[in-house]
Design a protein around this ligand. Sequence first.
Ligand code: FES
Length: 261
Amino acid sequence: MSSTTDASTGRAQISARTLRTDRWWLPPLLNFAGLTAWVVYATVRAFQQDNYWVGEYEYLTPFYSPCVSVGCVPESAHFGQFLPDVWWLPYASLTLPFLLLFRLTCYYYRKAYYRAFWLSPPACAVAEPHKKYTGETRFPLLGQNLHRYFFYAAAIISVINTYDMVLSFTTGIGLGNIILLVNVVALWAYTISCHSCRSIVGGRINNFSKHPMRYKSWQFVSRLNAKHMQLAWLTLGTLAFTDFYIMAVAAGWISDLRIVG
Ligand code: FES
């Protein structure tokens, strides 16, 4: 180890926290603002227990899907009603925790919130404020390894969102249908671009030439995987926008723009 390196931390012995002169703090700051705003909006909406369903056009917001509380409008509950109707339990409590854990353990979001919220580290070549670094080797961060299982759960939930979207087309076509469709396509793109999905599709084989279908699928997933960060943000946008549009129609603030029916 050179004499300019602190032997106990492995860090360079310089007093400055970083020698970077660019605006390295901007991406973590934007991530902090964007993620905080989204979590506040989603939390308020999940607990609101109102304006989540437009019966006339069968629009169900993804934040309430599947609606499984006895408080749900019966027509919106496509998978039964078995959770108690209490204010502290969102109507989609069966699936929301899995979606939250899927995003929390996502490789991209981990990078984003480790940097933006824990400053660990805030950016490349910027020292973190914490004295000790144990990575993801201990509880609770050891649980990040469960991401693959949350991926399976998220894939099932995407099927449910797809079912909701298809059902809405049985009443005709309106702007709400298009918004639901775009949201579902974006959700699938994000889910399939998952690093775990790439490893499931292309992993555990020694020779791609003997598995041409898996090779093609792996190439497809890999192409999407390169856009995983963009898809992560796109889906936060489409989810919030879809929910807001359905809330606005359900509350009577606007009427759905009808194209057919
Ligand atoms: Fe982001 Fe799996 S790595 S969803």
